[in-house]
Design a protein around this ligand. Structure first.
Ligand code: KIV
Ligand code: NA
Length: 270
């Protein structure tokens, strides 16, 4: 299987439509990437690793090196999906030059194909700058978690007319700047649909609409690793229960000395 490319992802949407929605999931480790790779068009090394891997309260503290290291692991663990890496807070907002330097570092350290950054109209110039210099960019509009301190929380966006207009304008600006795809997160459905219709590149929804051109979830959320997840997550499994049960059994067997058994123990040749 040859690895998909960014132009192929972009070309997935033709004449305003996709035949089949794009499948994207987050991945942070090599083994996780191996398991997801064949099923996904895009593996996103999300800065959600803040909460999922590092137990941080938000994505604000994430560094370029955290992203680069996890992205490198995901690239090593995959050979089919396009690997996209999130630009962390503070690594790209100051100027298009800062963004290029940070994005180039991420791609050089990891081998990922593209970066994702949050923001709409205010990031359009940066998106064009990077794209023209060899770095494809995925946009991210609506609920942008790096703006949590400005937004005041993680509630759905687009409920007021002004907010709705802004989300559609943001998506259009990113599209015109050359973004190859746009994540629409936590947006009321009619606005997600309107934004999807308004842009020529594929939109990828999370807490948005089944009519987006693709979908993404945090893998650990959909596997049921966490008790509490946002409303837009569907838990396809209860992996936390499986892990708990398995670990409890191991602990019990160690304590009663039934593990290791004969199959797991070396004996001298007789
Ligand atoms: O960091 C992340 O996981 C993301 C997706 C949820 C879109 O940005
Ligand atoms: Na993110």
């Amino acid at each position: 299987m040859k690895r998909l490319t960014v132009p192929k992802i972009r070309a997935h949407k033709r004449d305003g439509k996709v035949e089949e929605p794009l499948v994207m999931l987050t991945a942070y480790t090599a083994r996780q990437a191996q398991l997801l790779d064949a099923h996904c068009d895009i593996l996103l090394v999300g800065d959600s690793l803040a909460q999922v891997i590092y137990g941080l309260p938000s994505t604000i503290p994430v560094t370029l090196d955290m992203m680069a290291n996890h992205a490198a692991a995901v690239v090593r663990g995959s050979y089919h999906a396009v690997v996209v890496v999130d630009m962390p807070f503070g690594s790209y907002e100051a100027s298009k030059e800062q963004a290029f330097e940070s994005a180039a570092y991420l791609l050089k350290q990891s081998g990922a194909a593209a970066v994702k950054l949050e923001g709409g109209e205010q990031m359009a110039e940066t998106v064009a700058f990077l794209n023209q210099r060899g770095i494809p960019v995925m946009g991210h509009v609506g609920l942008t978690p790096q703006a949590v301190n400005v937004l005041g929380g993680y509630m759905a966006r687009g409920r007021s007319d002004a907010e709705a207009d802004k989300i559609v304008a943001d998506a259009k600006a990113l599209d015109e700047a050359g973004a190859f795809a746009i994540v629409i997160e936590g947006v009321v459905e009619p606005i997600a649909i309107e934004a999807t219709k308004a842009v020529s590149c594929p939109t990828i929804g999370i807490g948005a609409s089944a009519q987006c051109d693709g979908q993404v979830l945090v893998t650990e959320d959909m596997l049921g690793m966490f008790e509490r997840v946002p409303r837009f997550v569907k838990k396809y499994e209860a992996i936390a229960d499986v892990i708990e049960k398995t670990v409890a059994q191991y602990a019990e067997e160690v304590r009663e000395r039934s593990f290791p058994g004969p199959d797991q123990t070396y004996q001298p040749k007789s």
